[in-house]
Design a binder for this molecule. Structure first.
Ligand code: NAP
Length: 336
């Protein structure tokens, strides 16, 4: 029997996940959708020939008897209330990042899930499902390069729109590094400083771009992440791990190598959706398979909380220019 899914939010990623569930992945069926714009939800039902019911709002959809699990893909500020309602209904929920827009909101979800007594929440951090990051983690865990001492990372986008503000470099962009690097190193952050190099002339007046985020972990590993969202040339994710006896780099996405017009070249992707398209498939298939097997795994509500705590400190560091402590409470045994 297919897992019957309800989807809250039929914007860009909501539609992409609906396409995935209905055309690419195995074992699920979208039976219910809603969006603050009901006409958009109805259009998605028709475009994808879902035969799903359109509900007036997220809460009505969560309560629907035939909805067995939820995908929350609405805008960030609405995530907390829908995830809490799903937990109250005892239904597994895949929630796109951010789990909640504040660390306090994430903490409320953590507490509700612990009170429920069983994991129900998977957060939509997809990079741990990327084959490249998995290969990099396998090398680190094998001990081949010794203990990781330093990480040099970059998160570059060709350009961003007018609505993108300086703090979104943390909450929308760096948030993926905050999650995946913690997973990669199995370590937590203890401090952060943000420094701003000379500003690019390609950024709009209100935006400070690029920026460099300097993180320190509990075991003393130092991480620098360059966030540069108007780099022009492509969507480029870099991660180099310097260990005691070697260096490991995140593999480049597979591209045809071209010899043409006296040049040897590899194309660079421009669109983030293409860079992690396979990882999105794997993360959502893992959620579907997990729920069908009676267990939810992957990035947890605690991981969502940890990323939010680190993000809050990064924003403080952006504003103060100082080194800011990142104080994460002890992880509850529930998430061991
Ligand atoms: P989007 O295109 O703006 O879609 C969000 C949709 O949710 C819109 O249709 C919006 O309606 C609707 N919505 C807002 N409040 C709602 C509510 N209370 N109930 C029902 N629907 C509501 O944004 P998006 O790019 O899909 O992003 C959605 C979420 O996914 C964000 O949290 C984003 O950070 C996350 N995301 C994650 C990744 C990733 O790499 N994991 C990638 C992209 C997005 P209106 O447009 O009418 O407001």
């Amino acid at each position: 029997m297919s897992l019957k899914l309800g989807v809250i939010g039929t914007g860009a990623i909501g539609q992409d996940h609906i396409r995935r569930c209905s055309q690419t992945l195995l074992g699920s069926q979208v039976v219910a959708v809603t969006d603050i714009n009901l006409a958009s939800a109805a259009k998605v039902v028709s475009d994808y020939k879902l035969g799903a019911e359109v509900y007036p709002d997220g809460h009505a959809l969560i309560k629907a008897a035939d909805v067995e699990a939820l995908l929350v893909t609405s805008w960030g500020p609405s995530h907390e209330e829908f995830v809490l309602a799903a937990i109250a209904a005892g239904k597994p929920v895949f929630c796109e990042k951010p789990l909640a827009v504040t660390a306090a909101g994430c903490r409320r979800i953590v507490e509700a899930e612990i009170a429920h007594g069983k994991r129900l929440v998977q957060v939509g951090f997809m990079r741990p499902y990327d084959a490249g990051y998995q290969a990099l983690k396998a090398v680190i865990d094998s001990g081949q390069i010794g203990e990781p001492l330093m990480l040099h990372c970059a998160h570059r986008n060709p350009r961003v729109g007018e609505n993108y503000k300086t703090d979104m470099a943390i909450t929308d962009t760096l948030i993926h590094e905050l999650d995946v690097l913690r997973w990669l190193l199995a370590d937590d952050y203890v401090s952060v400083q943000v420094v701003f190099p000379r500003k690019t002339s390609k950024a709009l007046a209100h935006l400070r771009d690029p920026q460099v985020v300097l993180l320190e972990t509990a075991r003393g590993t130092r991480i620098d992440v360059e966030v540069f969202v108007n780099c022009q040339y492509g969507y480029d994710i870099q991660c180099e791990v310097v260990g005691e006896s070697g260096i490991a780099r995140l593999p480049e996405p597979s591209q045809v190598q071209l010899r043409s017009e006296a040049k040897l070249s590899n194309a660079i992707l421009m669109d983030w959706k293409e860079r992690f398209i396979a990882a999105y498939d794997v993360e959502l298939q893992a959620f579907i398979d997990g729920v069908r097997a009676g267990r939810v795994g992957g990035p947890s509500a605690w991981d969502g909380f940890a990323a939010a705590v680190a993000a809050d400190a990064c924003i403080q560091a952006q504003n103060s220019g100082q080194i800011v402590k990142i104080e994460l409470p002890e992880r509850p045994g529930f998430y061991a």
